[in-house]
Design a protein around this ligand. Structure first.
Ligand code: SF4
Ligand code: SF4
Ligand code: SF4
Length: 218
């Protein structure tokens, strides 16, 4: 049995959503504004070239040019939900689109990287899809229709990077070495729209989580 077959849900410190505390208190201030984080920043999934988070935050001027040029509408400005430090910085939005790394673009350089005036988006090499890992796909087996024997494999069909497979029982798995976080699987996931039988599902059954600092073949 393959390693990924045993463990469809991936976790671990390397990719988990981490909160970066700043200031003396080093905690999240709530101040009666619900879940809004006024101090600190959630780790978010960034466009290609922003995987060195500290360098990115130092250089990004929140101009939103990357978002404006994205042909797949896969970038959104982060809200306060992602923390004050991230406010209006670019964050991937796989509900609206996914990232094909603009591989059909002339010269192969992603349009968002080309549009960034401060080089906050900076690539380690081209093609971007082979050098950059935006995040990692993670399957929630409680919410996935295939794990409820409903015969779904939309995410597997959507993956163009051969980073997903199907077990003998029809359940999908992620091939972590090949996944670059493009988000086509999350974009295609029908678990909510087709009526997941899971009580309490609040998100799609496959989501991309941050893989900060990780590279595919740097
Ligand atoms: S590489 Fe292209 S598709 Fe991907 S986020 Fe940038 S502009 Fe959008
Ligand atoms: S598993 Fe999902 S995020 Fe990873 S490469 Fe395939 S479609 Fe993209
Ligand atoms: S598309 Fe969603 S519900 Fe369907 S198999 Fe993939 S993760 Fe499961």
């Amino acid at each position: 049995m393959r390693e990924e077959e045993k463990s469809p849900v991936r976790g671990g410190a390397g990719i988990s959503r981490r909160t970066f505390a700043i200031g003396a208190v080093g905690s999240v201030a709530m101040l009666g504004l619900g879940a809004v984080k006024l101090v600190g920043a959630e780790s978010v999934v960034r466009p290609p070239g922003a995987q060195d988070e500290n360098a990115f935050l130092a250089a990004c001027i929140h101009c939103e040019r990357c978002r404006e040029v994205c042909p797949r509408h896969a970038i959104k400005p982060a809200t306060l939900e992602s923390g004050l430090l991230n406010l209006r910085t670019p964050e991937m939005d796989y509900h609206r689109g996914w990232c094909d790394f603009c591989e059909s673009a002339e010269g192969g350089e992603p349009l968002c990287v080309r549009a960034c005036p401060t080089h906050a988006l900076r690539l380690p090499g081209l093609p971007a899809s082979e050098h950059v890992r935006l995040g990692m796909a993670v399957i929630n087996t409680d919410w996935c229709l295939a794990f409820q024997a409903m015969g779904c494999h939309e995410c597997v069909d959507a993956c163009t990077f051969e980073a997903m497979g199907v077990n003998d029982d029809g359940t999908p798995y992620v091939i972590e070495d090949a996944c670059n976080g493009c988000g086509a699987c999350e974009h295609a996931c029908v678990s909510l729209s087709s009526g997941s039988i899971s009580v309490g599902a609040t998100d799609r059954a496959i989501v991309i989580v941050p893989a900060e600092g990780e590279v595919l073949h740097g």
